[in-house]
Design a protein around this ligand. Sequence first.
Ligand SMILES: [Zn+2]
Length: 503
Amino acid sequence: MATSCTVLSTTAWCVDRRAKSLRVGQAIAVGFSVCSAPDQLRESAQTWAGDSKDPRAADAKSATDTENGAGPATKPEHSSPRGGPFQRFKSDAGLVKWNNRQFTLSLSNKRGGVGGVPNLWLRDSCACHLCVDPDSGQKNFSTTDLEDEPQVQHAELTPDGSLKIIWASDPVGGADPHITVFPAEELAAWCSEGPWQRGRVAKHYNPRRILWDRAKYEDLLAHDRCRVSYMDWMDSGDAFWNAMTDLRNTGMIFVTDVPQDESEVQRIASRIGPMQYTFYGWTWDVRSKPQAENVAYTSQFLGLHQDLMYHDPIPGLQLLHCLSNTCEGGESLFSHGIRAADQLKAESPELYNDLATDQVWFTYRKGEHHYYRAHTAIIRDRYGGSKETRWAPMFQATFPQGLGGPGGLRRWKRAATAFQKIVESESNMVEVKLKEGECVIFDNRQILHGRRQFTAAQGSRWLKGTYITQQTYLAKVTALEKEIASRKAQPEHPPHRHVRLER
Ligand SMILES: [Zn+2]
């Protein structure tokens, strides 16, 4: 992604230019000269001591400030923590302390502080052009090449608030010193967001999740939300990104005016990413047929469920393109699993806890396909909130004897019954009779879907479906995050476009 590292690459470029043009000794001299003049310095040790949870705060407060000016701080502190005595450097941007093992930062302007950032992590995270190939984005060294405790020659907070570290005798590029720069906004994130991974690895656009019930979802549709025309979806304009935002936030959108062509579901999916191949194929047909290998391929009522709970990975998104639906009945049903889970939690925390604790086995056994997987019906995130659900009664295998201790299965059944009652309640279920030319895209890890019985004697019903893995979906969501940021930065839009990118 060209835009993925705008901030970092800009910074890296500055560093590179400096390192390239000056080469080692000179580079260091220039690096030091960035230090603020003494009259510009403000006492920041107090801020640091107040903000930080680090027990060494008191040391910092009492330490003398002899290191102002044009040279690096060398005066050891009173204590000798692991890694030896600290050196420190202050500027308007804050205070940096380091020894041969770790760094401690205290940023000015109440942006907080962070302690115990290992030198090895800092050195390993360098994204300069020597460390990360600017073309391929791949790392040019192995973590194993580095010293256990890379030695710091100098460190400072530059006037723009970036942390600049000069490593002594670095293995990358021979034994020359090496410069690493962490931009100011990244430092602020270390301080406010906890454990930080450079390049925002595995961090995705955090949705303003709308846990809809029937009335809410119908209201969204009435306000032109969660719906996008095929033409707009295939285009990369605002309408596409708005629809992606709605998909991320609500878990379900409808693409309308889709051409009557079997391969369209594939084209629609390709806007997000490659399809997920399963033993059902790249795409599959939902229409009734005799001796169906899956209950979906009959005309029976199909209770609310999620697909492929027995599969690894479980699909992230499911797409269903309606090619015809003229039979009587056959309405599609959708319900928000997380809403139901949260409602259960509010009504009965013990029952919620049972569903989030006891594992259920799911299976598919047909011909040579023997699939098994176990999940809890409710999956919690690391903060204890409801993240995803796993619900597919028709694909449940048997329970292990003694599930969750004596009376375990009875207890699980009680909890599952309560969840099912909520998720299937009329006020929570959205009922839609898909029309020819409509394609629904929904989050298979959060939204349950089902279908009313239909009469196959007259008319026809044919849906073409496919899946997209969660990883592919989230890769697009990462692009969505950048898209939102870039559009926020450029408020000028053609007036005929209705822009509603929001966070
Ligand atoms: Zn580097």
